[in-house]
Design a binder for this molecule. Structure first.
Ligand code: SF4
Length: 271
Protein backbone atom coordinates (compact mmCIF):
# COMPACT_ATOMS: atom_id res chain seq x y z
CA UNK A 1 0.00 0.00 0.00
CA UNK A 2 1.37 3.43 -0.88
CA UNK A 3 2.25 5.74 1.96
CA UNK A 4 0.29 8.82 2.87
CA UNK A 5 1.92 11.97 1.44
CA UNK A 6 2.03 15.40 3.06
CA UNK A 7 3.20 18.26 0.87
CA UNK A 8 4.03 21.78 2.07
CA UNK A 9 5.25 25.05 0.65
CA UNK A 10 7.63 27.07 2.80
CA UNK A 11 4.90 29.72 3.05
CA UNK A 12 2.70 27.12 4.80
CA UNK A 13 5.25 27.04 7.61
CA UNK A 14 5.22 30.82 7.73
CA UNK A 15 1.44 30.73 8.03
CA UNK A 16 1.70 28.04 10.69
CA UNK A 17 4.14 30.15 12.69
CA UNK A 18 1.83 33.16 12.45
CA UNK A 19 -1.25 31.13 13.39
CA UNK A 20 -1.69 27.34 13.25
CA UNK A 21 -5.46 27.72 12.99
CA UNK A 22 -5.05 29.92 9.94
CA UNK A 23 -3.03 27.20 8.21
CA UNK A 24 -5.65 24.57 9.12
CA UNK A 25 -8.36 26.73 7.59
CA UNK A 26 -6.29 27.44 4.47
CA UNK A 27 -5.83 23.69 3.95
CA UNK A 28 -9.36 22.52 4.70
CA UNK A 29 -11.48 25.60 4.03
CA UNK A 30 -9.68 27.73 1.43
CA UNK A 31 -11.37 31.07 0.80
CA UNK A 32 -10.92 33.34 -2.19
CA UNK A 33 -8.67 36.17 -1.03
CA UNK A 34 -9.17 39.75 -2.09
CA UNK A 35 -6.15 41.08 -3.95
CA UNK A 36 -4.70 44.16 -2.33
CA UNK A 37 -2.39 46.72 -3.81
CA UNK A 38 0.56 45.67 -1.60
CA UNK A 39 0.45 42.15 -3.02
CA UNK A 40 0.10 43.54 -6.53
CA UNK A 41 3.14 45.79 -6.11
CA UNK A 42 5.15 42.70 -5.13
CA UNK A 43 3.66 40.54 -7.87
CA UNK A 44 4.44 43.08 -10.60
CA UNK A 45 8.04 43.52 -9.39
CA UNK A 46 8.53 39.75 -9.24
CA UNK A 47 7.06 39.35 -12.72
CA UNK A 48 9.52 41.95 -14.07
CA UNK A 49 12.48 40.33 -12.29
CA UNK A 50 11.45 36.97 -13.73
CA UNK A 51 10.90 38.20 -17.31
CA UNK A 52 14.14 40.17 -17.43
CA UNK A 53 16.03 37.40 -15.62
CA UNK A 54 14.81 34.93 -18.22
CA UNK A 55 16.08 37.19 -20.99
CA UNK A 56 19.48 37.30 -19.30
CA UNK A 57 19.49 33.50 -19.14
CA UNK A 58 18.68 33.47 -22.86
CA UNK A 59 21.81 35.55 -23.52
CA UNK A 60 20.11 38.90 -24.05
CA UNK A 61 21.57 42.03 -22.43
CA UNK A 62 18.55 44.05 -21.23
CA UNK A 63 18.43 47.83 -21.07
CA UNK A 64 16.56 50.00 -18.60
CA UNK A 65 13.99 50.74 -21.34
CA UNK A 66 13.27 47.00 -21.58
CA UNK A 67 12.73 46.85 -17.82
CA UNK A 68 10.32 49.80 -17.92
CA UNK A 69 8.33 48.45 -20.83
CA UNK A 70 8.00 45.03 -19.15
CA UNK A 71 6.89 46.81 -15.96
CA UNK A 72 4.32 48.87 -17.92
CA UNK A 73 2.90 45.70 -19.45
CA UNK A 74 2.48 44.05 -16.05
CA UNK A 75 1.04 47.23 -14.50
CA UNK A 76 -1.61 47.35 -17.25
CA UNK A 77 -2.33 43.65 -16.75
CA UNK A 78 -2.46 43.51 -12.95
CA UNK A 79 -3.80 46.87 -11.76
CA UNK A 80 -7.36 46.08 -12.93
CA UNK A 81 -7.30 42.94 -10.74
CA UNK A 82 -6.74 44.88 -7.49
CA UNK A 83 -9.74 44.64 -5.14
CA UNK A 84 -8.40 46.78 -2.28
CA UNK A 85 -6.12 49.80 -2.70
CA UNK A 86 -4.20 50.18 0.56
CA UNK A 87 -2.30 53.11 -0.98
CA UNK A 88 -3.18 55.39 -3.90
CA UNK A 89 -2.69 53.83 -7.31
CA UNK A 90 -0.08 56.45 -8.29
CA UNK A 91 1.99 55.63 -5.21
CA UNK A 92 2.00 51.91 -5.97
CA UNK A 93 2.91 52.58 -9.58
CA UNK A 94 5.78 54.89 -8.56
CA UNK A 95 7.06 52.24 -6.12
CA UNK A 96 7.00 49.60 -8.86
CA UNK A 97 9.08 51.74 -11.23
CA UNK A 98 11.49 52.75 -8.47
CA UNK A 99 11.90 49.11 -7.42
CA UNK A 100 12.58 47.73 -10.87
CA UNK A 101 15.05 50.53 -11.58
CA UNK A 102 16.85 49.93 -8.27
CA UNK A 103 16.91 46.20 -9.00
CA UNK A 104 18.27 46.72 -12.51
CA UNK A 105 21.12 49.01 -11.43
CA UNK A 106 22.04 47.65 -8.00
CA UNK A 107 21.06 43.98 -7.81
CA UNK A 108 21.01 42.40 -11.25
CA UNK A 109 24.72 43.22 -11.89
CA UNK A 110 25.62 41.24 -8.74
CA UNK A 111 23.91 38.06 -9.97
CA UNK A 112 25.19 35.12 -12.01
CA UNK A 113 21.83 33.57 -12.81
CA UNK A 114 21.43 29.87 -13.43
CA UNK A 115 17.64 29.71 -13.03
CA UNK A 116 14.67 31.97 -12.28
CA UNK A 117 11.38 30.83 -10.77
CA UNK A 118 12.21 27.14 -11.15
CA UNK A 119 9.74 24.98 -9.28
CA UNK A 120 10.83 22.07 -7.07
CA UNK A 121 9.00 19.21 -5.41
CA UNK A 122 11.25 16.94 -3.35
CA UNK A 123 10.78 14.35 -0.65
CA UNK A 124 12.01 15.79 2.66
CA UNK A 125 11.78 12.59 4.72
CA UNK A 126 9.65 9.54 5.25
CA UNK A 127 8.59 7.21 8.02
CA UNK A 128 7.04 3.75 7.86
CA UNK A 129 3.65 5.40 7.51
CA UNK A 130 4.03 8.60 5.53
CA UNK A 131 6.18 10.79 3.29
CA UNK A 132 6.74 14.51 3.65
CA UNK A 133 7.38 16.56 0.51
CA UNK A 134 8.46 20.15 0.04
CA UNK A 135 7.47 22.27 -2.91
CA UNK A 136 8.23 25.84 -3.89
CA UNK A 137 9.61 28.25 -6.44
CA UNK A 138 12.77 30.17 -5.50
CA UNK A 139 13.08 33.53 -7.25
CA UNK A 140 16.69 33.00 -8.31
CA UNK A 141 19.34 30.30 -8.37
CA UNK A 142 22.76 31.88 -8.62
CA UNK A 143 26.02 30.17 -9.60
CA UNK A 144 27.97 31.93 -6.85
CA UNK A 145 25.48 33.00 -4.21
CA UNK A 146 23.05 30.09 -4.04
CA UNK A 147 19.40 31.01 -3.58
CA UNK A 148 18.24 34.63 -3.79
CA UNK A 149 14.77 35.73 -2.79
CA UNK A 150 13.25 39.16 -3.43
CA UNK A 151 10.79 40.89 -1.12
CA UNK A 152 9.05 44.09 -2.15
CA UNK A 153 7.10 45.32 0.90
CA UNK A 154 5.79 48.83 1.50
CA UNK A 155 8.54 49.61 4.00
CA UNK A 156 11.65 47.98 5.41
CA UNK A 157 10.95 45.65 8.33
CA UNK A 158 12.61 47.85 10.90
CA UNK A 159 15.04 50.66 10.71
CA UNK A 160 17.97 50.96 13.07
CA UNK A 161 19.66 54.37 13.02
CA UNK A 162 17.57 55.31 10.02
CA UNK A 163 18.79 52.33 8.03
CA UNK A 164 17.12 49.01 7.27
CA UNK A 165 18.53 45.94 8.99
CA UNK A 166 17.70 46.62 12.62
CA UNK A 167 15.76 43.37 12.72
CA UNK A 168 18.31 41.17 10.93
CA UNK A 169 19.57 39.29 13.97
CA UNK A 170 16.07 38.52 15.15
CA UNK A 171 14.86 37.61 11.67
CA UNK A 172 17.76 35.22 11.12
CA UNK A 173 16.75 33.28 14.24
CA UNK A 174 13.39 32.19 12.88
CA UNK A 175 13.34 32.57 9.10
CA UNK A 176 11.86 29.34 7.73
CA UNK A 177 12.24 30.06 4.03
CA UNK A 178 16.03 30.04 4.32
CA UNK A 179 15.88 26.64 6.06
CA UNK A 180 13.73 25.13 3.34
CA UNK A 181 15.51 26.59 0.33
CA UNK A 182 19.02 25.81 1.57
CA UNK A 183 17.94 22.24 2.36
CA UNK A 184 16.56 21.92 -1.19
CA UNK A 185 19.86 23.24 -2.60
CA UNK A 186 21.76 20.68 -0.51
CA UNK A 187 19.42 17.97 -1.74
CA UNK A 188 20.01 19.02 -5.34
CA UNK A 189 23.79 18.63 -4.87
CA UNK A 190 23.40 15.59 -2.62
CA UNK A 191 25.68 17.32 -0.11
CA UNK A 192 24.19 17.81 3.33
CA UNK A 193 27.52 18.55 5.06
CA UNK A 194 28.20 22.04 3.70
CA UNK A 195 26.72 25.27 4.98
CA UNK A 196 24.58 27.03 2.36
CA UNK A 197 23.63 30.65 1.86
CA UNK A 198 20.23 32.17 1.36
CA UNK A 199 20.05 35.80 0.28
CA UNK A 200 17.00 37.79 1.23
CA UNK A 201 16.90 41.01 -0.76
CA UNK A 202 14.30 43.50 0.40
CA UNK A 203 13.53 46.28 -2.10
CA UNK A 204 11.58 49.37 -1.04
CA UNK A 205 11.11 52.45 -3.24
CA UNK A 206 14.21 51.48 -5.20
CA UNK A 207 16.46 51.11 -2.12
CA UNK A 208 17.45 47.65 -1.00
CA UNK A 209 18.61 45.75 2.04
CA UNK A 210 20.55 42.55 1.52
CA UNK A 211 20.49 39.92 4.27
CA UNK A 212 22.58 36.76 3.91
CA UNK A 213 21.49 33.83 6.07
CA UNK A 214 23.64 30.72 6.45
CA UNK A 215 22.10 27.33 7.21
CA UNK A 216 23.68 23.92 7.69
CA UNK A 217 23.05 20.39 8.97
CA UNK A 218 21.97 21.46 12.48
CA UNK A 219 19.45 23.91 11.09
CA UNK A 220 18.03 21.27 8.76
CA UNK A 221 17.71 18.77 11.61
CA UNK A 222 15.77 21.42 13.54
CA UNK A 223 13.65 22.08 10.46
CA UNK A 224 12.71 18.43 10.32
CA UNK A 225 11.45 18.56 13.93
CA UNK A 226 9.49 21.72 13.13
CA UNK A 227 7.91 20.18 10.04
CA UNK A 228 7.10 16.97 11.85
CA UNK A 229 5.20 19.02 14.43
CA UNK A 230 3.00 20.33 11.61
CA UNK A 231 2.60 16.85 10.12
CA UNK A 232 1.63 15.29 13.46
CA UNK A 233 -0.93 18.01 14.08
CA UNK A 234 -2.42 17.46 10.65
CA UNK A 235 -2.45 13.68 11.07
CA UNK A 236 -4.35 14.08 14.34
CA UNK A 237 -7.28 15.33 12.25
CA UNK A 238 -8.44 17.87 14.84
CA UNK A 239 -11.42 20.16 14.31
CA UNK A 240 -9.41 23.17 15.41
CA UNK A 241 -5.72 24.02 15.79
CA UNK A 242 -4.22 26.49 18.28
CA UNK A 243 -4.93 30.14 17.55
CA UNK A 244 -2.19 32.75 17.73
CA UNK A 245 -3.37 36.28 18.41
CA UNK A 246 0.10 37.84 18.67
CA UNK A 247 0.78 37.99 14.94
CA UNK A 248 -0.13 41.20 13.07
CA UNK A 249 -2.10 38.90 10.79
CA UNK A 250 -4.74 38.29 13.45
CA UNK A 251 -7.07 41.10 12.51
CA UNK A 252 -9.86 41.97 10.08
CA UNK A 253 -7.45 43.44 7.54
CA UNK A 254 -5.02 40.55 7.21
CA UNK A 255 -6.84 37.31 8.07
CA UNK A 256 -9.50 36.17 5.61
CA UNK A 257 -10.98 33.97 8.35
CA UNK A 258 -11.47 36.81 10.81
CA UNK A 259 -15.26 36.96 10.47
CA UNK A 260 -15.65 33.21 11.07
CA UNK A 261 -12.96 32.97 13.74
CA UNK A 262 -12.05 35.61 16.31
CA UNK A 263 -14.06 38.26 14.54
CA UNK A 264 -17.25 36.27 15.28
CA UNK A 265 -16.96 37.67 18.78
CA UNK A 266 -15.10 40.95 18.23
CA UNK A 267 -16.76 42.25 15.05
CA UNK A 268 -15.30 44.07 12.06
CA UNK A 269 -13.84 47.04 13.92
CA UNK A 270 -12.42 45.60 17.14
CA UNK A 271 -9.74 48.11 18.12
S1 SF4 B 1 -8.63 35.27 13.05
FE1 SF4 B 1 -6.69 35.16 14.21
S2 SF4 B 1 -6.85 33.24 15.39
FE2 SF4 B 1 -8.38 33.12 13.72
S3 SF4 B 1 -7.36 32.10 12.01
FE3 SF4 B 1 -7.11 34.30 11.71
S4 SF4 B 1 -5.11 34.76 12.63
FE4 SF4 B 1 -5.77 32.78 13.45
Amino acid sequence: MSKQQWTYRQSDFGTFSACPEQLRRKIYDPLPQLTNSDQTRGNICHAVFEDIGQRVLDGYVPLMDDVNSVAAWHVARMFPTVDVWNSPKERIEAAVYANVEGWFHDILPKLSLTAVEEQFRVKFYETDEYEVWLTGTPDVEDAVLGTVDYKCPGSFRKKGNGKPGGEDWNHTRWDIQSHVYTWVAAHKDNDFDSVREFHRVEIVEGEHHWLTIRRGPDDWAALRDFVDGVVQLQRADLAVWPQNWTSYKCGPKWCEYWSVCRGKHLGDNPW
